[in-house]
Each structure stands twice: as structure tokens, then as C-alpha cells.
Ligand binder design. Sequence first.
Ligand code: GLA
Length: 780
Amino acid sequence: MIQKSDKVFEIHTKKLSYIIGLRSESCLEQLYFGRRIGVKSASALQEKYASEYGNTILGIEKEHITFDNICVELSSQTLGDYRESSLEMKMPDGSYAYHFLYKDYEIYDGIYKESSSTRMPHAKQNDIEGCQTLEILFREEKYNIELRLVYTAFEDSDVITLRRVLKNDSNEMITLDKFMSMQLDLPEANYEMVTFDGAWTRERHMHRRKLAPGRVVNDSNTGTSSNHHNPLIYLVREGASKDSGECIGLNLIYSGNHYEAVEVSPYQKIRMMTGVNPHRFVYQLAGGDVFYSPEAVLSFSPDGMNSLAQNFHHFVQNHIIAKHWNKNERPVLVNNWEATYFDFQEKKLLKLAKDAKELGIELFVLDDGWFGKRENDHCSLGDWKVNEKKLGGTLDEFANKIETIGLKMGIWMEPEMISPDSDLYRSHPEYAIEVPDRHVFLGRNQLVLDLTQECVQDFMIQSVGNILDCGKISYLKWDMNRQITDGYSRLLEENGEFYHRYVLGLYRVLDTLTKKFPDVLIEGCSAGGNRFDLGMLCYMPQIWTSDDTDAKERICIQEGTSYGYPLCTMGAHVSAIPNHQTLRNIDIETRFHVACFGLLGYELDLSKLNKSECKVLKEQIAFYKKYRKVFQYGTFSTHKMANDNEIWQVVSRDQCTAIAMVYQKESTPNLSNDILRVEGLLDEEGYHVRTRKQALSIKTFGNLVNQVSPIEIAEGGVMQAIVDKVYRMDSEVEEYDVTGDMLAYAGIKLSQRFIGTGYNEKTRVMPDNTSRMYVVEKKK
Ligand code: GLA
């Protein structure tokens, strides 16, 4: 709900309030942001001064107010505000001085009415009630420039989106040096900042730091939202935890260079902002031109980080992902990348598909290497013609064979790239991003296409369209494997516009293709999770979370990712051991358990599995399919036990089913016993809890097996391998009847872990990096 009374604008959702008031013509004061409140009088919320500070500039003289120490929605150095500015522009007179004055406002139902003119992805209403927009209009009178602050309340998700729109109504050029989507000032500084950072194969690990006077910047300048720093940030009250405390979350619907800054001012106020990165950004706005910022996404929860994450999950699922996909159960897939890399031909692929079908897999994804002369990563990007020798025929014919086996057909492409060794480069070198007369540095032996050029965008639409026109393709993995270095286009007058225009070009391509092929499920990918953001999710409902499929590493990656993005967006695969990224050996059940908290896939050579492993996989896939809706669309949260073991849990929307995983990173002797708590069920209802029976390899016990075995089984020996091929031991299974509140508050004291003094069918055998899964079902 949005309303205006006197000079105060109130934006409320179910649980949060955002209150701003006009203090003067040039001062829109940020009065309150936090837990939902009723507002009686604005004066209680206003900043008050009886006299001015020493050397400050007075913005509102009669009230002794300096703009340097008042929470505002917009201000500038010209007004005496020396904190980080969210808007910097060069005026026609060559100065950086602007002075916007309040003119008008508008409140209406639905999302921002010019959303489709922005040429950028945006949050959608999707027929859900309770979505309203407020526009506040300011004008810079000297030059006739209009600035709109736009707020949209998504009541159902407890989210407000914010953006700014600048219209140059003068006849002269203005130059934007920095144009943030929003700024939020807070009156107190006792927060900690949480960011989600990393690198290739180590994406979105959570980092938390105490704020101190000064500025912390979280940004990317690689041309994509990047694996260095995700645009998602949290500010949490000191001491706030996963389950309690006030938390603020901010994200950006944008896939290029982003910038988030959090500043603690000399007067212990906070200013935070997000938007397009001002680094290498200079944008010229001629008379009559409009500049739209991307849309920022703001949420709040008084109940800890899990609850804030759940607001984002709800928002992404209901307002970011296309309606067509947002409740759609996603297929279990097999991907041939780690099974074959580039070394495949038709026979090998069809064998993989047949094996996959046997196990219950639904979709076959043909990864890199099917086109041009691509036998390695040195050539052919841009030459999107099927290598018929490798596939044994046309794409159509190959896809038919996959369909005959009983699987759907998916394919990998990397449309934004061009190999110097490609027919495309030989015929159109001007399509590549290169600075004339300068050495170009390659990344994975390739260059990036100059998407600021319309003809390149058209080429891309055509080349992807040709593949999808085959008609049999139901899934596309859209990859982007290198960073952009010299952002330069020969056609641009101002190359400071390059990075933003690249993203706009990409969005035009994606918009056209998704409208033409709405039924093709697209999974985003960028060397794993290098472009995991809300912008991409508007076009593609899922993203390959990371090239790293090691379950232990995935615990950090998937948990970090989950603070901004729901499980239905995260690709998660079971792969071979030793893991191809970390060389770590984690048992097949734990690899599966971690991948269950996401969109399950398998990425390994299935023909190498032995009989007992095939049986295990079959059971895994049947189990996932049975509970797929809960895993993909349930309410997810992560917790820690007192002994530091992890609990991940997901609860069905109707609160009838929950699934919890206990993950133990290290086996520490005689650690306190595990207590399994699962929250979010109906307090007084009865539930049955049961361990998912899992298969244990005798290899787990090494030589200890000989304590019970009638024949000698040497560790690493032939006999051990033979037994392992055909036989897996069953894990312990615990069963309990509980009530929802028992399970949430008292918890279940789980059976003892293996401690070296004995073993029976009740022992929980849990070496390093192992897990258990528990299924909770409401009693009829
Ligand atoms: C990237 C992706 C991988 C795989 C390869 C193929 O690294 O992240 O999943 O598709 O490209 O070259």
C-alpha cells in the first residue's frame, strides 16, 4: 500500500514500511525504513537541529540543517552533502552543480508504467494483487532536466523496488558520470555488511564485516555481474543471526558492471546505494533523451537472514522469473561435459543417453564441441553449424534419436563469443571487441562479440534462432566464458557508454529470442556462476551455479547463493570422484543430497558406474522426482547445529512435507551429539520423521571390515573392488513420531555417530564430508 498524507509518502508492504517526507523543496527526507509501523505524525521521525555544526554548509537555514547530516533520498555536494553522491553529471555550463526541486507525484496500481521503454528486464506483477507504484518528480530549473524517483511496492514479497529516470528536456548535452538506481540513508550505523564474493569455482561465499567510518564498495568491472562480487548485499544489525535480528537486503536487476557502496558518515549515519558501476561509465544525454537506471530491489526482515532470504525467494519466483516457468517442475538432466569433454561422437553420446534413460533421467544436454571444428577450446565459436561427422547426421536427426530413446534434447551454446580461428572472425573481424592497433588479450582463446552493434545483435538472434528452429530443442544452456577487457566499439562516439550498451544489446537479443521461443528452457551459465543475477533470471529461469560440483564447496556456494535466489534457480549436478575441480572424494549419496537442494542433474560418465552404483542412482532420481516440488519450490533455510554441523531444510508450501539434510564437514571424535531441528511446520500437527536410507560402500571402513568379514578384504585390493561393485550396506534408519513444535524447538536427538568402538545397525557412520537426509511427513 502506498499513500500520501500532507507531505509524507508512506510505502507499506505486509511487514515493512518505507517513509519519506518533503522537508523543503529540495529535501526529500528519508524518515524511516524497517518493520511495518503506523505513522501518526512525521515530526517525531524528522531530524532536528537547534544550531549548526562548525564548518558545515547550511542546506535549510532556518532549521539549521546541513545536508551532510540528514537522511535524504537525493542530494549533492552542491548542497553541502559530502557523503558519496548517487548522481554525478556534467551540466551544459561545464559545472557539476545541480539543484533539483520537488514538483509533483503520482501513485498508481501496478508496476512502473514505462517499464517496457527501459530496454531492461524488470520485476513483473504477474497478476498478483498488492503491487503499487509511486513516482516523485523533481526538476532542475536552470537546465530543464527532469528526475523521477520511482518506487514500486510488492506487498506479497515484502519487497520495494527503486529506480531513477532522468529526462533531458533542454536543448543541450548533459553527461552522466554516475547514475545510481537509488540511495538509502539510515540514521544509525550499528550494522554489519554481508557480501557474496569469490572467483571461478568458488562463487558467492558469504563474508560478513563490521562497518566502521568510511566506505565499503562491492562491485564488478568485468562486463558481467561477475563471480567476484554478486550485486546482492545485506546489512544486518550487529548480532543478528540466521534466525533473529533486523536485516536489510539489496539487489539489482542488472547483468553488467554493478556498484554497491555502503558508507558510514562522520556523524554515524549510513548511506547505501546500488546501480550501474560508474567505473568506465560516461553517458551522453542529448536534449530530449531519457536515461533509465536498472531497477534495484530492497527488502527487510526483523527476523534474521533466513527470513530475509525467503522474501527474496518469493520475489524472484513470483516477480522475476517468467510466469510460464515460475511453478514449472524442472527436468532431471544429464550433461555430457564432464563425462566426455570434447572427446565424443554419436555412439558415445547415445550410450550416455540410454544409460541416463535407464536411471530415470529426463533431459539430455549436449555440451560444448558439437559445432564447427571444435575439438578443443581453441576455435569455432561463432560457427554455429553442426559437425555432422561427430553427431552422425544433422542436429534434427540427432535430436530425433535422443527423443526415440525417451529423453528431451538440450544443447549448449556460447552466443556472445567469437574465436579468432573461426569462419565468423575471418569474414567479420569487426564483430569482435578489439581496440585498433592494440594487442588483444585472449581469455580461453576467445574474444567477445561487440553487442553494442545492432548488426551483431541481429547475427546472434539469427544464429541462436537457427539452432532452436530445429524444433526438437527443449533446453538451451547459454554460456559466456570470458571477461571483457577493452570495452570498446568502433561505432560508439563515447566509449564510456560501452559496458552499459553491451548489456542493453544482450537484453535485446534475449528479449527477442525468449519471445520467439517461449517454451525453450534456458539455463544461464558463465564459466559456471559468473553471471548469476536478477537480470538474467528475467529471461532464463535457472542458472548453472558453479563449475565446481564438489559437494563440500557447494555447501558454501549454494548457501551463499540462497541468500538472494531460490532453489528453483540453481543448477546442481552430481559428478564423478575424485572431483574434477578439487580432486576431493565425497560419497555418491552426499553428492546427491547437496545437489537435491537445487535443480538436479548428473554430469559424469554413466557407463563407468558399477551395478551397485546404478541401483543407488536409480533410487536417488526416483526420490528426487517424488519430492521435486518440495525441493524446487519449498521454503528453504539453512541452520547450524551447536556442534557446527549444517542443517539445510526445505518445507512444502502446504507445510505437510519437509526434508532436512545434516551435513558434517569434519568428523571430530566425541563431538556433541547431533540434534535435528526442523522449523516451519504446523506446531500441533503430528509428523512422521524417517531417515532416507542410503547406501554405504564397504570402502568407507577400509581394513576395519576384516573385523567382521569371514574372508580377508584388503584395502584397495581386488576383493574390495568386487564386493563394492555388487554390494552396498544400508545406512541406519531412524523413525520418530513428533509434533511440529517438538521438531522445531526440542528437536530429535539422533543416534550416535561412529566413534571407533563398535558398529551396529544403529550407528551413524559419518566420516568427513558426509550427510544424512530426513523426510518429514504429516500424519494422515
Ligand atoms: C563452461 C561451463 C561448463 C561447460 C564448458 C564448456 O566452463 O561453465 O559447464 O559448459 O564451459 O566449454
